[in-house]
Design a protein around this ligand. Sequence first.
Ligand code: PEP
Ligand code: MG
Length: 756
Amino acid sequence: MTAAASARQILTRLHEVMASRLHAQGKLDQVVEIIGECLSSEVCSIYLLREGMLELYATRGLNKTAVHVTRMAIGEGLTGTIADNVETLNLAEAKAHPDFSYRPETGEDKFHSFAGVPIVYRERAVGVLCVQHVDPRRYEEVEIEALQTTAMVLSELITNAELVDEEEALSLSPQQSGTQTLSGLTLVRGLGAGVAAYHQPRVQITQVMADDIEAERQRVYRAFDKMREQIDGLTNQADFGVGGEHEEVLETYKMFAYDEGWSRRINEAIDSGLTAEAAIERVQQHTRMRMREIDDPLLADRMHDLEDLANRLLRIVSGQIGTAAQQGLRNDTILIARNLGPAELLEYDRRRLKGVILEEGSLTAHVVIVARAMGVPVLGRASRARSTIREGDEILLDATAATATVRPSGQMADAFAQRFAKSKERQAAYAELRDVEPFTRCGTRVTVMMNAGLRDDMSALAMTGADGVGLFRTEFQFLVSATLPQRERQLKLYRDVLDAAGDKPVIFRTVDIGGDKSVPYLASDIADNDENPAMGWRALRLALTREGLMKAQARALLEAAAGRSLYVMFPMVSEVWEFDAAKKVFDEQLEFLRSKKKMVPEQIHFGAMLEVPALAEMLDLLVPRLSFLSIGTNDLTQFLFAADRGNPALAERYDWLSPPIFRFLRRVVQGTVGSNIDLGVCGEMGGRRLEALALLGIGVRRLSITPAAVGPIKELVRKVDLAEITDAMNQWLSEPGVNLREALAHWAAEREIETE
Ligand code: PEP
Ligand code: MG
């Protein structure tokens, strides 16, 4: 008989038992008999979780008097170890295992071999199914698979019959629900507490046994087709990121997605009588077990990829394909994902989203910029997140300290709440600076503006007292939209933003799409095959060729600012003619509006972003054309160091606060001296205190930063003497081998200037 046929025989018999009118205990008693017989095992036992202990519920072969008497703690003995680790054990000689614990009342001393599998509910073990045999032999793979299948059926039975308390199952014993600390990399500082939700929720399997095997086969067949299609089209998806490490992952995805062995094993599991969902999960359990036996970190990574893919397949087959955002957040939530795109993050309800934990992620990736703008703390590079955190776990996220506490104790939660209150107090202190102008100690007024991208962001202008919006990322409207926003929609947004800003200036940056900000409806335009999208067909390059796009935006901006001042900034200007060409589009639209006797802006100020290093060599020609110039350090630094801003592996490799970057920036500042141009920095760098200090020290007098940083940076500005920091920076930048970060921190500490 084939493995599938023997498993099917077991399942058919289990099916009869499950469908019978027996009460739950009666069914368990039958199950141990069937399994014992089919696997020729003298002993078969079922332990279920009750009041935090594993209690012997049914047995064939052990003393019946031990039923409901023998109880093991999670982690105690072989049974407890299986539950604790949620993993299978298969031993020829049970007594040789270090965790073996002998229970005399069971009469198990004569049995040598032992195999046990966890009964899993929502990723937690709620019981253990085990078999024992007199002969010292390891069980065959097909036998272990039969046990695992039975355990799935039992999981359905015991939860339906409420044999284990669901609440208890989810909170479990100290070992399974014990506190764990994850560490990673601070991407957006801040504290947040909530329950864990996976961006792509795990699928709950509700039916294990198939009613129609052929139908299940067809379902899985179609799901494979769809998954392969998705994987093939994944290269350009924002959630997957681009370049470097991602390509390797994609290759692995492809390898697994087309792996005949994998689909064959799933089909065999279906042949044994399982539904498509149960079959996928069964095969996955089995693979997990095999992988655990091989202690190799590279394989562990691949296992992650396979888990992703199995989850994807399960989601397709079950139709449970929504993200947590689409299902709606019900509680204060900490979102868990491998990586996210900016548009995906924007789908979440800001009031409930209290933090994000990413297994990947890097400091200047757009998703992080969006999170910062939303005021959501983000911990990145938390590589163990998915193996540690389960859906619904309580989490205290301290992104500032780059840690997350999973399943905290009451005491920890209290201490966290106190810190939370303190940090709120600090924020309140910054709020008091709202109406205080940021003059330096020596009396120079520094302009502190904020970055924004959505209508909602504008409320931060009044809250922070920022001097205006130094960078309005107009592409955010494109990112959150399912279709290309038409001119009318753009016009409405820009008008609302200007209304909200009142007298304060708003610098609108024309669309910067491409790179890690891809929009599906423009995908065919944004060269699908760009190998280096950040250096590819994006921003102004794209806008200048999609003339309609640029014209529509120009018209929308000109009309929105009718009768007021309009500030327009072009992204990724690499050569002077690009600025001229972009301005020409605006000039033509202005002419058109005038010819139609429409009201136009009172003044229009054109500016450029300096984020492509080549432009720095052309300042003498560029500057006379501009009324302002903003240095985009997010892109500039990635190009200067040739280090992709979205690549997690490079996230910690180079420090922005380094002599080459600051020497370069100083040269740009000096290149504008003597002109009337308004020079500023609008990259994330300006929102960090040490970096801001260094920027002041090389002559930058206008910063545009994330709203949350406005208070802290104003406070910093008020403590600085510009002549002093300028001297210090000149000194450090002229010495070889200076650690700029340390030097600045020391300098600030001497003057009691806070830098955290
Ligand atoms: C920058 O590159 O520094 C910048 C501000 O633009 P973005 O982050 O949107 O690319
Ligand atoms: Mg940029």
